[in-house]
Design a protein around this ligand. Structure first.
Ligand SMILES: Nc1ncnc2c1ncn2[C@@H]1O[C@H](COP(=O)(O)OP(=O)(O)OP(=O)(O)O)[C@@H](O)[C@H]1O
Length: 377
């Protein structure tokens, strides 16, 4: 799979820009702050409907504009598909696939499979569990787009259940009588257990498939230092490593009953996949709190390379984007990384200085200026 063309209107710093890309390596060069990351961020957004830099859509729209458009032509198995997304902050995104409007924006998921590694990914190792849950869920959706619906349903249930618990909590605190009614909580428990089990099952299956790829990728990046592992840590007790949906629903239902008093006391939902973590280990130690800067960086890179490898083993070779990566690496690691990714169907590399990019990856070159991208022949 590769992106043949990318067009942006009012996205980030770009008023209007278009760039034809090539299979193989594409190197986007430009001074700091000219908009290189904005280009790969736009493609990442098409792949996941999510930005790797911001949690809300407003910063993606150019200052002073009302909406942003990302349009890209994706070639897969010799066929070209046009994907268009209009981002309207505060409203649902609009999307087109080919010539037809999509019913929902999430219908575009699966059209572009792209794995992006960026400096922000250090947070995968050092940051809160939410970062690692997002990594897993984005990958889950990239592999099986139907999980976008599962994820959205689960998030909606948690939000509504939390609103109910919070209202009761506040009513109790203020001594009021209104809003303290928890009679519908049992209904929300049922929904939470059902959608939560679905999401949890997806994550557990994903982690089982991903683990050997993470170990292998870290070994390749860090050259035989401690072995890297990943362990899914659920907020409920599981008897088997990958239980079936019914067992997971049961486990969540039991855990909700057990924590009911604490949840009512604290006014929030304390069990479910939104409280889980993916623990990263280096040898016998957790990476978080123990790994050095270089090890953390290698682990974050290994997580992305493992995602790329897993998607590739599913049968569709994804696009790989490396944002500002090479400047962080010493010469040995640069060469090792170049060897690992050199064969990608399409590789997008951003950098401020050409010399940072290993010779083997210097394919098609683009000069990025303020609001412009031009190919260097
Ligand atoms: N919504 C927006 N409207 C206008 N400009 C924006 C918007 N969001 C970001 N920018 C501008 O885009 C620029 C950052 O672009 P980007 O992050 O792509 O830079 P870069 O070329 O990757 O830089 P570096 O090499 O430093 O990583 C900044 O100058 C920022 O002010």
């Amino acid at each position: 799979m590769y992106v043949r063309r990318l067009e942006l209107v009012d996205f980030r710093s770009y008023e209007r820009v278009g760039v034809d890309l090539e299979p193989g390596a594409n190197v986007l060069v430009g001074a700091n702050g000219v908009g290189k990351t904005n280009l790969v961020e736009a493609l990442g957004y098409v792949a996941t409907l999510d930005s790797h830099r911001v949690a809300t859509d407003a910063p993606l729209v150019r200052l002073g504009a009302e909406s942003a458009v990302i349009r890209c032509a994706v070639v897969h198995e010799g066929r070209e598909l046009l994907v268009e997304l209009e981002i309207v902050p505060g409203k649902a995104n609009r999307a087109r696939l080919g010539r037809s409007p999509a019913r929902r924006a999430r219908d575009v998921l699966g059209a572009l499979r792209l794995v992006l590694f960026a400096p922000e990914d250090l947070e995968l190792v050092r940051g809160d569990p939410a970062e690692r849950r997002r990594y897993l869920d984005d990958l889950l959706v990239l592999r099986q787009p139907r999980y976008a619906g599962v994820r959205a349903d689960y998030e909606r249930v948690v939000k509504q259940r939390n609103a109910l618990l919070r209202t009761a909590y506040l009513a109790r605190k203020t001594g009021g009588t209104r809003g303290g009614d928890l009679s519908t909580l049992a209904v929300w428990d049922t929904h939470l257990a059902r959608h939560g089990a679905e999401l949890l099952a997806g994550r557990l299956e994903l982690v089982a498939a991903l683990t050997p790829h993470v170990t292998k990728a870290y070994d390749a990046v860090a050259a035989g230092r401690a072995e890297a592992g990943i362990v899914y840590r659920p907020s409920v007790e599981l008897v088997e490593p990958v239980p079936d949906r019914a067992a997971l629903t049961e486990a969540l239902t039991t855990a909700l009953a057990e924590t009911r008093t604490a949840e009512v006391e604290r006014g929030t939902t304390l069990v479910g996949p939104h409280r889980d973590d993916l623990v990263l280990t280096l040898g016998p130690l957790p990476a978080k709190g123990y790994a050095s800067h270089g090890e953390s960086w290698s682990f974050a890179l290994a997580l992305r390379l493992a995602a790329y490898d897993l998607l590739r083993s599913d049968g569709i070779e994804p696009v790989l984007a490396l944002d500002d990566v090479f400047a962080e690496l010493d010469a040995g690691r640069r060469e090792r990384l170049a060897e690992l990714v050199g064969g990608a169907a399409q590789l997008l590399v951003t950098c401020a200085v050409d010399d940072d990019v290993p010779v083997a990856l210097r394919g098609t070159r683009y000069q990025v200026g303020e609001g412009t991208v031009s190919r260097v022949e």
